[in-house]
Design a binder for this molecule. Structure first.
Ligand SMILES: N[C@@H](CCC(=O)N[C@@H](CS)C(=O)NCC(=O)O)C(=O)O
Length: 209
């Protein structure tokens, strides 16, 4: 795929779910970009905080725009670079995909304690009850996702689209976390479909730590 002139800068460490979304989508679109590590162990410079006062990642800069909030960034990139293939003209098609992007934030809340417990906490410091509650909350969400994916191959409809990207990032974490999981066959089949997408293995399937 030919690459456009690099104008896009992505700020944020790659082992962040929300940064992974943006980088994966840049790869899907075949965009040239540079990524600068910020956040977590890298900290936040004054220069960065002037762009994003929330002390959070990601932030992008692209020509005239400086933008934060990962899902807003995905929508901007789809509209600016993707055209109708990625940002449906039909308001109904767009909304039906869009909802899964916002739904992901509730899933992220559910998964947080299991993720932090296994990926970012020493075994002796883990709070087993907290992790157990988190896994149960994830399972409730994934049951909803599984029922939906019984009716459609992708969260964006018949084709992969931006509606798949936010949960596409989180489902890798769910799969990679080391505990026995309830079966969600439609979610698993969808995960298998997206694993071979451009940019996924290199930017999403990286170590969780
Ligand atoms: N709603 C925001 C959430 C951003 C967020 O929570 N980012 C996390 C990383 S996934 C963060 O910045 N954590 C602080 C840090 O990395 O230092 C978005 O989607 O961009």
């Amino acid at each position: 795929m030919s690459r456009t002139t690099p104008t896009l800068t992505v700020w944020g460490r790659l082992n962040s779910h929300n940064v992974k979304k943006v980088v994966w989508f840049a790869e899907e679109l075949g965009l040239s970009y540079r990524r600068i590590d910020v956040g977590g162990a890298f900290g936040f410079s004054e220069e960065y905080l002037a762009k994003n006062p929330n002390r959070l990642i990601p932030t992008i800069e692209d020509g005239k725009i400086t933008l934060w909030e990962s899902n807003a960034i995905l929508r901007y990139m789809a509209a600016e670079y993707g055209g109708p293939r990625w940002f449906a003209n039909d308001p109904i098609d767009r909304a039906l995909a869009d909802r899964w992007m916002d739904w992901q934030f509730a899933y992220a809340d559910a998964q947080r304690d299991a993720f932090l417990g296994f990926a970012r906490t020493a075994p002796e410091d883990r709070d087993a009850a907290k992790i157990e509650r988190s896994i149960a909350a994830c399972a409730k969400h994934l049951a909803v996702l599984d029922a939906h994916l019984a009716t459609t191959p992708y969260l964006s409809g018949n084709d992969f689209g931006i509606g798949d990207i936010p949960m596409g990032v989180y489902i890798h974490t769910w799969s990679a976390l080391p505990f026995d999981k309830p079966a969600f066959p439609n979610v698993t089949a969808w995960y298998e479909r997206i694993r071979s997408r451009a940019g996924y293995a290199d930017n999403v399937m990286i170590p969780l730590t």
